[in-house]
Design a binder for this molecule. Structure first.
Ligand code: GSH
Length: 246
């Protein structure tokens, strides 16, 4: 099984955490989507990561990939709870995370502070960052504070909904945002619990390498750190705007 996408994408992290829960081996081509070549564009019509490839099967979108993983490997660590009602709520929380948390954490913060300057060599949108921190983030955290459990995970053992939510917080931190545990104690404790789980914790060293290296030295440094890199990459040297940034 091969995953295409950078270790610091929240959607790639979500898929890798689910693969970890299921104990499945994979190799990874950890590209930033803007550097994807024509072969990548063929596999991922929106030129987004993650992509999963297994033989002739090519899947894009983290939710599609995780749903397939759960259906193809149902016996080890099911990702969704058992009852139809709980499954529906888990799917809603996954959708909320993918869509709204993606807008706030990624397009409002991480993209502006880390990706845009690194890829395009110019500062991100400061007005958008300010608005995100002042308005969007508090509203989002107020919602999560009511939805998340005080102890443990949403539906017993850690599962897809927990992972889909927690995966955005490392990107917040990489963009200089730390959750205020005094104001949002339930969410802060939940996120700390989830990120300490081995499904996430074992990925953290590779994220550190991804963030601290440039495109030239990255693959060698990741291999040195023990990351299961694919032999070939779909990365190229110059970036191209994505569908959302054209
Ligand atoms: N709904 C998609 C979102 C994937 C996504 O937006 N990935 C980002 C990286 S974090 C990306 O590829 N962005 C490039 C772009 O939108 O041009 C999923 O769940 O996989």
């Amino acid at each position: 099984m091969k995953i295409v996408g950078s270790y610091v994408s929240p959607y790639v992290r979500k898929v890798l955490a689910c693969l970890g829960l299921k104990g499945l081996d994979y190799e990874i081509d950890p590209i930033t989507p803007f550097y994807g070549n024509d072969a990548f564009a063929k596999l991922s019509p929106l030129r987004r990561i993650p992509v999963l490839i297994e033989g002739d099967l090519v899947l894009t979108d983290s939710s599609v990939i995780c749903a397939w993983l759960d259906e193809a490997y149902p016996d080890v660590h099911p990702l969704l709870p058992a009852s139809p009602e709980d499954r529906a709520r888990a799917r809603w929380l996954e959708e909320f995370a993918d869509t709204r948390m993606g807008d706030v954490f990624i397009w409002g913060l991480f993209y502006q502070r880390r990706v845009h300057p690194a890829v395009w060599g110019e500062p991100g949108d400061e007005a958008r960052i300010e608005r995100t921190l002042a308005e969007d983030m508090p509203r989002l955290l107020a919602y999560l504070e009511n939805e998340l459990p005080k102890d443990g995970f949403l539906f017993g053992d850690i599962g897809l909904a927990d992972i889909a939510i927690a995966t955005f917080f490392p990107n917040g931190r990489y963009a200089g945002f730390e959750i205020d545990a005094g104001r949002w104690p339930v969410t802060a404790a939940f996120v700390a619990r989830a990120l300490a789980h081995s499904a996430f914790a074992r990925l953290a060293p590779f994220e550190a390498v991804q963030l601290s290296t440039d495109a030239k030295g990255r693959r060698a440094a990741l291999i040195e750190a023990g990351a299961p890199l694919s032999e070939e990459t779909m990365g190229m040297k110059a970036p191209r705007p994505g569908v959302m940034t054209l």
